[in-house]
Design a protein around this ligand. Structure first.
Ligand SMILES: Cc1cc2nc3c(=O)[nH]c(=O)nc-3n(C[C@H](O)[C@H](O)[C@H](O)COP(=O)(O)O)c2cc1C
Length: 208
């Protein structure tokens, strides 16, 4: 498939070829144990000195998911309103690609309907907890694809830090902060390998 001897349809490259950022999911329950397998991949992900500064909150309950979705939209709306003030303090918020993405999410729901969210929490007292959360998120997305589920990342859960009701609903322990979430769901069509809009290999990679 990718020209590497011994590679199979379940290697990481083959899984990534089938993974795409899902904007819609089909309704209905997930296959048995799917969420557990996915979050298990996150639990097994590496962290600095095996510090394991990540916790996972699995949002299965439909009412809780609806509240999370509303909370994420509120997070987006609050950010959008104060955007210029934030951008004056942090020039990264003026990055062209970032601004284009924001414009696409200006309205509508930032979480797909019919999803199941795995919210990652980062230990705020530990360096490298961001990297650990990122490793866990990617491990979980690969596992979601491996079990045939569609998935999406949502950074808007991070803005929930100021929303006490969301923090309470998720049961965020003291010293932890909400990080990015992985949302998984039934695909609207079986996952297939598709070309990715990615930087060409030789632009992205240098060999020394
Ligand atoms: C850490 C992380 C956070 C992300 N957060 C969001 C988000 O909040 N909203 C969104 O629409 N996409 C988000 N994305 C998804 C990217 O937009 C998506 O992966 C990218 O568009 C590539 O899509 P593709 O994998 O379908 O090619 C996030 C991706 C990553 C890696």
């Amino acid at each position: 498939m990718n020209g590497v001897e011994g590679a199979t349809a379940t290697d990481a490259v083959a899984l990534l070829e089938r993974t795409s950022h899902a904007v819609t999911f089909a309704p209905g329950a997930l296959p048995p144990m799917a969420l557990r397998r996915i979050v298990e991949a996150g639990r097994l992900a590496p962290s600095l000195y095996n510090s394991q500064p990540v916790r996972f909150v699995v949002v299965r309950d439909r009412d809780a998911y609806a509240r999370l979705l509303a909370g994420c939209n509120k997070s987006r709306d609050t950010f959008m309103k104060a955007r210029k003030v934030f951008a004056a303090m942090n020039k990264r918020l003026n990055n062209e690609t970032f601004v284009r993405g924001l414009e696409r999410q200006r309205s509508g729901d930032v979480l797909p309907e019919h999803g199941f969210a795995i919210v990652t929490l980062q230990d705020d007292t530990l360096t490298e907890s961001i990297e650990a959360c990122s490793c866990a998120l990617m491990a979980m997305q690969l596992e979601a694809t491996a079990v045939g589920l569609a998935s999406a990342f949502c950074s808007w859960t991070r803005g929930l830090g100021f929303q006490k009701d969301m923090v309470a609903m998720l049961g965020v322990p003291k010293g932890f902060k909400i990080f990015t979430s992985l949302v998984v769901g039934n695909p609207v069509a079986p996952l297939v390998a598709a070309p990715k809009a990615r930087r060409p290999f030789d632009d992205a990679v240098t060999w020394i």
